[in-house]
Design a protein around this ligand. Structure first.
Ligand code: GLN
Length: 534
């Protein structure tokens, strides 16, 4: 049976609660336990799939096709475990499933209420994560800040779980802020005391405090917090602002939080193996080369909208001891007639066009792709980036002037990117998404095969439109190579232009599978080519 660690947040948002949760999971895993992670988001969207990336950052996709909050990306990168549909639960998901059960008559005439119906539904999601993952320990992060109206049903559920399971099966970690007040020149504990009181008023006694603070706290501060919050002094952990998020697990490990949790669970405290993390931090801090890569997108004002792509570029950089500097290029800006592309890309040794939805900025991205192709600059296209690479090639090399995607022009004469025939019945709703893992067969002797060193791979998807196979022979005759195919449905997954140094694009999202110590093969080969192109 799994044991459960719940991570709540107090005082203010943005304290790095997700990083604390992921750090705990990493530490417990490093002591030989099988861990699994889950995040509760209090908003009423069923999932973040329809949310604007400018407001909410990227949508992360799990292997089983769940569209999730970007925190799950942090989790996967930290703990190097694949998460799934049980990992991201929103209020929208909980309420819609309760209402569906009510309509189906499942509640046998009962009045459906927040307690117990909504709370039972949430509780089932917690236990389902434990059962289906076969983990020893599940770490669940509760989005938002304690005291928010939206998260009350989740907090109430945790109270019930704490009562049901007790402290040998559950541990509550509350992350708070200890601010430094200039003038009195002191670290202040009052906001933390108040936030713990809020939690206690809702019936929950936290077992641990993780205090975000600009400086290490003193024994006196810990004694005061211990007294006011009824938490043992050694369970009050400093989380001093770190310049590198990977230092957080090491910092809280030095204060024995992982050991104390295991002791509370009465589990053996095997030795933690954290050498690889120390090595990673050393690599990150001693990068001795630099390369600039242009990322051409329409949401560039919020870098979180491309979080996993940016992380993947950095991971590949670590392998070559190179710091990757991103040149954030707004694709809409490239659409202006008098734009000087040479000036914009003058220091960029590689160009990347990531995924996207809708037609804003697409002609700018096509210009960037043309520039990369004509100037033989290493290029990586992802999802929409692959679709636009094909459109650019069809228009400018194969002379199909009006080649387009039916996403942008339903009536175009050359729909080189189109919905699959069985998706057309739902075209009014925008088509259904191809989500999660699909197989991809790699053609021998191609750039893709050099990068992957495997013939059959699985990658995660999130898109509606596909390459239209009617145009395959024509494009091949002009030199495009279709180097990755999903054989089950005969869909194009990777294209490349072998005459160029490094021009490759894929229909899937490789950025979701890259890890800091294991860069994704396509990012690896792209960053390597960009470094060589400097
Ligand atoms: N908009 C394109 C599609 O739906 C590409 C999606 C993406 O880049 N994730 O097919």
């Amino acid at each position: 049976m799994a044991k459960y660690v719940f991570v709540t947040g107090g005082v203010v948002s943005g304290l790095g609660k997700g990083i604390t949760a992921a750090s705990l999971a990493l530490l417990l895993k490093s002591r030989g336990y099988k861990v699994f992670m889950q995040k509760f988001d209090p908003y009423f969207n069923i999932d973040p799939g329809t949310m604007n990336p400018i407001q909410h950052g990227e949508v992360f996709v799990t292997y089983d096709g769940c569209e999730t909050d970007l925190d799950l990306g942090h989790y996967e990168r930290f703990i190097d475990e694949e998460l799934n549909y049980t990992s991201n639960i929103t209020s929208g998901k909980i309420y819609s499933s309760v209402i569906e059960k009510e309509r189906h008559g499942d509640y046998l005439g009962a009045t459906v209420q927040l307690v117990p119906h909504i709370t039972n539904e949430i509780k089932n999601k917690v236990y389902e994560a434990g059962l289906t993952s076969h983990a020893d320990i599940v770490i669940t992060e509760i989005g938002g800040t304690v005291g928010d109206i939206e998260s009350q049903a989740f907090i109430e559920t945790l109270r019930q779980i704490q009562y049901e399971k007790g402290s040998k099966e559950t541990a509550f970690v509350h992350t708070t802020l200890i601010p430094y007040v200039i003038g009195s020149n002191e670290l202040k504990t009052k906001p933390t005391q108040n936030s713990v009181k809020d939690l206690q008023n809702m019936g929950i006694r936290p077992n641990f405090l993780v205090c975000r603070t600009p400086f290490a706290t003193t024994e006196a501060i810990k004694e005061k917090l211990s007294l006011f919050c009824s938490i043992p002094k050694e369970n009050i952990i400093d989380c001093v602002d770190a310049k590198n998020i990977y230092e957080v697990p090491l910092n809280i490990h030095a204060q024995k939080i992982d050991e104390l949790i295991l002791k509370q669970f009465e589990l053996p405290t095997n030795k933690a193996n954290l050498k690889y993390l120390e090595n990673l931090i050393h690599t990150m801090e001693t990068l001795d080369k630099e390369v600039e890569i242009a990322l051409v997108g329409k949401y560039v004002e919020l870098h979180d909208a491309y979080l996993s792509v940016a992380e993947s570029l950095r991971h590949a950089g670590y392998k070559y001891h190179t710091k990757v500097n991103i040149n954030w290029v707004d694709s809409e800006r490239l659409e202006k007639d008098n734009i000087n592309l040479k000036q914009i890309f003058k220091n960029s040794s590689g160009i990347l066009v990531p995924g996207g939805f809708g037609n804003r900025g697409i002609e700018g991205k096509i210009k960037a792709i043309k520039y990369a192709r004509e100037n033989n600059i290493p290029f990586l296209g992802i999802c929409l980036g692959m679709q636009l690479s094909v459109i650019e090639f069809a228009r400018n090399v194969c002379n199909l002037e009006d080649a387009n995607s039916t996403e942008f022009n339903t009536l175009c004469k050359n729909p080189i990117i189109d919905l699959m025939s069985d998706q057309k019945s739902v075209v009014n709703m925008g088509g259904t998404l191809r989500l999660g893992n699909y197989n991809c067969k790699i053609k021998k002797g191609t750039l893709a095969s050099t990068a992957y060193k495997e013939d059959l791979i699985k990658e995660r998807h999130r898109h509606r439109y596909e390459f239209n196979n009617k145009y395959k022979e024509l494009l091949e005759s002009y030199g495009m190579v279709f180097s990755g195919i999903n054989e089950e449905s005969n869909l194009v997954e990777i294209i490349e232009l072998p005459k160029l140094k490094h021009f490759i694009a894929c229909q899937f999202h490789p950025e979701f599978k890259s890890r800091p110590t294991r860069p994704h093969p396509l990012f690896d080969s792209f960053v390597k080519a960009s470094i060589e192109n400097k």
